[in-house]
Design a protein around this ligand. Structure first.
Ligand SMILES: [Zn+2]
Length: 265
């Protein structure tokens, strides 16, 4: 198996995996989405809410506000259900307070955290709007959880793969230059001088087969390479994508370790 990084930035990584199998790649994908721990607001105690927004909706918005959850930030914290406290404690949670008076829009930056490392990823997420003299006062408790329990604990916004596209031309048929205009992603380029259709940026091909449908004399064929994959992980900013990937592999490792221990006994 070989891995090659195609592009990488703060919140997104795209890489190509060669010589792998679907069940393995899919296991990594599912664990990255569902079983990588992340911190998110779980309990909200609303003291006062004069805004037009219902308490439930406000609590839901707070839950979905991404909080910084990288390894350094949540190092040493316990999963809420594994902690030995009754409800929550500093070992398994971080508290936030919000106390603002209108008029104005209340943003994620107005949430005051008790932990300097765990705070909203973005400052400018609008939470609610207050009119003159309206007041909001609440306390929120963030806990560590898993994406399989609730989407707010999913670190990834996109976590998907596709098999590597393969475009082949039938040399016996006549070149159909019109196909270049049919492709919605401009993968094909007609080159009348050298009498071919050129393929450019093949990784961008979504295998929609619009070209195959428009092609009456079977000049083009679209398929995929079954053992090569293009994998994309995009996160909400709470955890860097490569950290999501490495944590997903750790989780998979722990699972397989259990099989190893089991088979040795
Ligand atoms: Zn606790």
């Amino acid at each position: 198996m070989e891995i090659e990084v195609k592009s990488k930035d703060e919140n997104e990584i795209v890489f190509i995996i060669r010589d792998a199998e679907v069940p393995f790649i899919n296991a990594i994908r599912r664990i990255a989405m569902m079983e990588v721990p992340k911190i998110a607001i779980e309990d909200v105690n609303i003291v006062q809410n004069d805004s037009a927004m219902f308490n439930e909706v406000l609590a839901h918005r707070l839950g979905l506000t991404p909080l910084i959850s990288n390894l350094d930030a949540i190092d040493g914290m316990e999963m809420a259900d594994e902690c030995d406290c009754e409800d929550y404690c500093p070992k398994c949670s971080v508290s936030f307070t919000l106390n603002k008076t209108g008029p104005g829009v209340i943003y994620s930056k107005d949430l005051v955290s008790t932990d300097s490392t765990i705070k909203p990823v973005y400052d400018t997420i609008p939470l609610l709007k207050l009119k003159e003299n309206q007041n909001v006062e609440l306390e929120a408790v963030a806990k560590i959880g898993l994406g399989k329990e609730h989407a707010k604990w999913m670190p990834t916004t996109v976590c998907a793969y596709k098999q590597y596209p393969k475009i082949t031309f039938n040399e016996d048929s006549e070149v159909n230059y019109d196909l270049a205009d049919v492709c919605p992603r401009n993968i094909l380029k007609s080159d009348k001088r050298s009498k071919v259709l050129k393929v450019q940026n093949i990784e961008n091909c979504s295998m929609c087969k619009a070209c195959v449908r428009a092609d009456e004399n079977n000049y083009i064929d679209i398929s995929f390479e079954p053992e090569n994959f293009i994998f994309k992980i995009e996160t909400d900013g709470s955890i860097p994508p490569e950290e999501v990937l490495s944590k997903a592999c750790d989780v998979l490792n722990e699972k397989t370790d259990k099989f190893i221990t089991f088979s040795k006994n």
